[in-house]
Design a protein around this ligand. Structure first.
Ligand SMILES: [Zn+2]
Ligand SMILES: [Zn+2]
Length: 749
């Protein structure tokens, strides 16, 4: 008897419809128990299809899916399972039973069965029973004997560190240690200590040390202890903080954790002596994307507190130094570009005069008013005096600068336009020095017109220079995304790194703007995954203070989440080996795509090879896909790409992962259509043409809304795949690539 029985009536209806069971012999639908536990028929349907495809569905197959009530009928309790847990059971005289507390658990159960269980013989699989970690012992004492001592409860990141430690220990093993401010009696403790003046641990460094009465984590003045806690949880408890891809989740749901299972974790009194220090001094890889991990909550501009709307650098809600700037001169202080009132030479579309005294005085007045305003706004908050860490007086988004006699004289003396900008920033530091805001840093750009450093004037210690790895001063060359920064093969990037290194010689405070996830042609979204390793190593070796990474969250493949995660891994530890780096990639892929992560990794590597072409330079942001991808090579890999996709989706642990795999691979069908258009559609056999059409139709059908490119025409516009189209036109033309960049439009790959 073929039986896949779901436990609810609507399930029965749908199942019947899909399998045509009114005539199919042996399919029996159980309508005896109607519960409100959700629609399980989709999982029954999935399993039916999968077993049929694999030739495993026989007359004898009898599988029963269900939630709690159904399980109870068979004397099985799912009450103690986690939401992801499931039970698979089969004895000599029973059907195969797959039960779980949640629908997701059933989903995981059927997929586990399909991938790992035999069709015959006894089965007893239990997943998700009890906490992920059975027992944690530190210095000979069970975690239940421990308290968490927060020795500086007035410091918000310390409070956060203690709460996070308690929360994640609890999630891992079920024991939530009490948080206290003083150790009492002989209690064992994990003690959090803050180096308040940063004399030993700077802003963010930390030490984790185990001893006879527990563990002490000592951290630098701003976020050191918090990082120490996260590192302790990662290194010694097996917790991972990562991002979950997701098409529809609200902000915040993206950051999540994974806990490796362990029977017990034993930490001896002398086992841990771990000193942590970031490779990039400020470890918050600040991003223009609003998504952030728990490890970033108190880390930089995303620092979430009342009065801070959390976005962008015009909000000075930063706890500690974060010096990224974004054209603040006009976005913050002169939003109407009303420079002309003070600067008679000003005309729209260029930068105002950086040597004009009246304009400087007005800017200073507005800066002070703004700092006063923000101080007052922050009201009751403790540590408010630290919240104004960096002001943004950075230039406008143009390479056109003032040509007045005074400015020209400075440019000549300094051998660079940046001379006027740096003198201007230094002057602001000087002006603030006898105000309550003398600790405030002053941020400016080295960008588009000012990338060459001045010959004479050095930036003040309180000036943060934001160097943009983006475009040359003459506007002719974009940063290359096919080579890492510092790659000797790359003449393009050398133009940028030569100048950046000169900045690093005269300033300890260099931030950079970095564009690893921005592309106007989203169809190639895997770029940068591997080359980021070399980029961050280079930047760390230069002594880079901080990184502002620009991200585009319109990429429907969602792979930018991983780039963002990897960026932070590297900022933390740029010295890791390449094997460690690819290990981080694989781990992240495992969390998001399931057991087929190696296949996904192979796809990313394959795309990297296909992207490399002949080692030409191309711009990650603007270059059309014909520069970024070698479609001839891609054509040769067509079957491999499709096989990797199919293989990975078979091993997805639940529907969500399967959808994310489809999202990642979605553009591959588009790429294949571009690569095979001439061979298979224009010149192909009937069979080829049918294959071509089905492949392209699948892409269009399954990727409604997938963004292909950012339109150039006038206003910026994100454009998806077309609803209808002419099959005789190579679909690469859907992207309307910028005709200013010439290419071979034969498209015969
Ligand atoms: Zn001027
Ligand atoms: Zn290059």
């Amino acid at each position: 008897m073929k039986k896949i029985i779901s436990s609810i009536i609507i399930a029965a209806t749908l199942f019947s419809a899909i399998t045509g069971c009114s005539t199919a012999p042996g399919v029996k639908v159980d309508t005896a128990s109607v519960t409100a536990s959700g629609n399980l028929s989709v999982y029954a349907d999935w399993l039916t299809k999968r077993l049929t495809a694999d030739g495993r569905l026989t007359e004898d197959t009898e599988i029963i899916l269900g939630n709690g009530d159904k399980a109870a009928e068979y004397g099985i309790s799912v009450d103690t399972l986690s939401d992801e847990g499931f039970i698979i059971r089969r004895t000599a005289d029973s059907a195969t039973l797959i039960f779980a507390k949640t629908d997701d658990g059933v989903d995981r159960g059927v997929r586990y069965y399909a991938n790992y269980c035999a069709d015959e013989g006894d089965l007893n699989v239990v997943k998700g029973e009890g906490p992920r970690i059975g027992k944690i012992t530190i210095a000979g004492a069970d975690l239940s004997e421990y308290v968490i001592v927060n020795t500086d409860p007035d410091d918000l990141p310390m409070v956060h560190a203690a709460e996070e430690l308690r929360e994640h220990l609890g999630s891992a093993c079920g024991i939530y240690p009490e948080i206290v401010t003083e150790a009492t009696g002989n209690a064992y403790a994990i003690t959090l200590v803050r180096d308040a003046d940063g004399s030993e641990y700077g802003d963010e460094n930390f030490l984790i040390k185990s001893h006879d009465s527990g563990i002490t984590i000592t951290g630098g003045k701003y976020r050191g202890c918090m990082y120490g806690v996260y590192t302790f949880l990662e290194e010694y408890i097996g917790v991972r903080f990562y991002y979950k891809f997701g098409a529809t989740s609200d902000r915040g749901d993206y950051s999540t954790t994974y806990i490796y299972e362990a029977e017990k974790i034993v930490i001896g009194a002398s086992d841990i002596d771990y000193y942590g220090e970031g490779s990039i001094i400020s470890r918050c890889g600040y991003s223009s994307s609003p998504y952030f991990s728990p490890a970033l909550k108190y880390n930089g501009p995303m620092y979430d507190k009342p009065g801070n709307d959390n976005m962008y650098s015009h909000i000075y809600g930063t706890y500690g130094v974060a010096g990224n700037v974004t054209h603040g001169l006009h976005t913050i202080y002169f939003p109407g570009d009303d420079f002309a009132e003070w600067d008679p030479n000003y005309t729209a579309g260029k930068n105002p005069c950086f040597t004009n005294e009246d304009l400087f005085d007005e800017l200073y007045r507005r800066v002070i008013a703004d700092l006063d305003h923000r101080t007052n706004d922050l009201g009751e908050l403790p540590m408010k005096e630290r919240n104004m860490c960096c002001i943004d007086i950075a230039q406008l988004d143009t390479s056109s600068f003032c040509m007045c006699d005074d400015c020209m004289a400075v440019y000549k003396e300094e051998g660079a336009t940046s001379g006027a900008v740096i003198r201007h920033a230094n002057k602001m530091v000087e002006a603030l020095s006898d105000t309550p805001y003398s600790d405030v840093y002053v941020g400016c750009f080295a960008y588009f017109g000012t990338t060459r450093p001045p010959k004479m004037t050095k930036p003040d210690d309180k000036v943060i220079v934001n160097y943009c790895f983006y475009i040359t001063d003459d506007g002719k060359t974009m940063i290359c995304a096919n080579h890492s920064l510092g790659d000797p093969e790359c003449e393009t990037n050398k133009k940028f790194t030569d100048l950046y290194e000169q900045w690093c010689e005269i300033s300890e405070n260099t931030y950079i703007w970095y564009y690893p996830s921005v592309a106007y042609y989203f169809a190639n979204t895997t770029q940068d995954v591997f080359k980021m390793y070399g980029d961050i190593q280079y930047l760390a070796n230069c002594g880079t203070y901080g990184i502002m990474a620009l991200q585009d969250d319109l990429d429907t493949s969602r792979i930018y989440f991983m780039k963002w995660y990897l960026l932070q891994r590297l900022m933390w530890d740029a010295d890791m080996s390449y094997e460690e780096y690819t290990g981080h990639i694989k781990e992240f892929l495992f969390f998001n795509y399931g057991d087929g992560y190696e296949l996904v990794f192979d796809y990313l590597e394959l795309m990297d090879r296909v992207a490399d072409g002949d080692g030409d330079c191309w711009a990650g942001i603007f270059s059309p896909p014909m520069y970024k991808l070698d479609f001839s090579k891609l054509k040769a890999e067509k079957d491999r790409i499709l096989a990797l996709h199919e293989g990975a989706r078979r091993l997805a642990r639940n529907t969500y992962e399967e959808e994310m795999i489809d999202a990642l691979f979605s553009f591959s069908r588009y790429h294949i259509a571009i690569a095979t258009h001439t061979d298979m559609w224009l010149n192909g056999s009937e069979e080829d043409r049918a294959w071509y059409k089905e492949n392209l139709d699948t892409f269009v059908r399954e990727n409604q809304g997938a963004i292909l490119y950012l339109d150039w025409g006038g206003a910026w516009k994100y454009t998806p795949a077309p609803g209808s189209f002419d099959y005789d036109v190579n679909p690469i033309e859907w992207m309307h690539c910028n005709p200013a960049m010439s290419w071979d439009s034969d498209y015969n790959y």
